[in-house]
Design a protein around this ligand. Sequence first.
Ligand code: WT7
Length: 641
Amino acid sequence: MSSIYPSPEEFVRRANVSGMAAYEELYRRAAQDPEAFWGALAEKEVHWFEKFHTVLEWKAPFAKWFVGGKTNASYNCIDRHLETPRKNKVAILWEGEPGDQRAITYQELHRLVCRFANVLKSRGYKAGDRAIVYMPMVPELPIALLACARLGVTHSVVFGGFSAEALKARIQDLGATLVITADGGYRRGKEVRLKDAVDEALRECPDVSNVIVYQRTGSEVVMQADRDHWWHHLDEGASEDCPAEPLDSEHPLYVLYTSGTTGKPKGILHTTGGYVLYTTMTMKWVFDLKEEDTYWCSADIGWVTGHSYIVYGPLAAGATSVIYEGAPDYPAFDRWWRIVEKYRVNIFYTSPTAIRALIRQGDHWPAKHDLSSLRLLGSVGEPINPAAWEWYHRVIGGGRCPIVDTWWQTETGGILIAPLPGAIPQKPGSGTMPLPGVVPDIIDLAGNPVGRDKEGYLIIRKPWPSMIRTIWGDPERYKEQYWSKVPGVYFTGDAARCDSDGYYWVLGRVDDVMNVSGHRLSTMEVESALVRHPAVAEAAVVGKPHEITGQAVCCFVTLKKGDFSHETLGKELRQWVAHEIGAFARPEEIRFSDSLPKTRSGKIMRRLLREIVTSNSVSGDVTTLEDLSVITKLAAQQDDE
Ligand code: WT7
């Protein structure tokens, strides 16, 4: 029996959706007539230059929402607030890692976004062009996104932790002609140099004709004449008048790359009208957003959480949103709690990995700070273990804050399963119930529902407004990956169980995708990076359970003939992966082996390797040479049957 935490009465009384009956009614209305439900919300919550004529055009698996409508995400996030008392409300409350601060009102945000949009316009960029954004967490990052969105330039943010190699692959796949970056950013007191990586990437990206560089650290960078321009030079004297383009509701707003089950990352496409509506609604439903709230999502804008719940959702909903540039442990482990106290944060949204890392440092860090402003807490990225949930609830939330455990994916664009905190009592470790309009189920591979209390594949039956539209440049892969495992339903790639109270428990991925610190990473991507190293013959990569990061990258490697020191090569290969993909992908463990376990048909048996790394307590050892051939032979017999 898991424990149940109902939200405090005071919270329920003031909640946007108050009480279980209110949730059930909302859910029932959405289920009964989804198009009427979403259509009415879209009219009320989104600004349209021209109204849509059809709510949903569903030619499975391709969806078009609010067809015929003309809108603009940047207008919805900024302009429409300017005619209201929000005009001088703080939109972005920013703190840099060194301690510098900025408070940007909606009016000021409008000025900054219009200026930068005019910069882009004057360099010839227009609707349909694509821009890569590779920046630290400074206000100019959301400003760049909103400026792109204002013109209809499709943006793709590449997380600053990705390497030049990864950046290059994304620029090429997207066919980007513009890169917006910075000299660098701050992380744990050190500079993360970004422009250098851009220079390296662009050696093989001839189509990029402009690089705009925001000056954050002031360190020396190479500027290539004609191609590279300082943001502050271009911005000087730019006009502050830049009307938002009326764009088709289905205009591509952004592409965000994420790992699939192959070595090649896939560009998830999100469009405009449905995305703006759904992120706005989930801000109100899940985060119970009130006009006076100070809201803080600690994610990086380089991941989907930052897109939906730092930039588009909070701004469209008119929130005051905190953005912090740096690391949670800099200069000490109470940096986050310092920020909560300083800005009187009311709603705080973070990941289980971060929570576990902070638990380890001890309760005295949060105890130094007055956290009484907090009224709601959130979690995202992976299942949260009940012990971490309970600590978060007790130590950070003072026992008075509901916790919204939000299940969603890059592909879903917004939260699909989470408690509405004024309505649904929480069970630690469960995302609880689907949001209005979301119809999940748990099925077996034949497509049959498995029923209550049984494990199976989590699927979604009906389209929702912020769903993925396609994989950039590869509609076939989109169909195949998400809609063909069981025809006609959206396949999430997660295993889950629904308990007898109708609560969903997401158990983890069923495919070859790892979840490291809440970041998705494909085993194949790491494997392809490894085999590009001249000493490596073959590699197999699996996720290994890890106390803090959820999973850690564990690699089994067979070498080409030669005289290698395992110790040196182990270090080199870890560095190699960091260089090929990014520092966050650096393997925890490299194990050398004479052979890899394979089925008789030649497929690497990752399942077996997962068992080995899960049960084996030897860790961090890069020098052992394993002979896996015995277990291989035994297991291969079973596996081919
Ligand atoms: C995968 C999606 C959604 C933004 C961050 C990650 C796992 C995410 C939860 C949760 C259990 C979760 C799933 C999902 N996941 N949130 N609350 N409980 N699992 O986005 O990189 O697209 O990864 O993260 O396995 O499929 P992503």
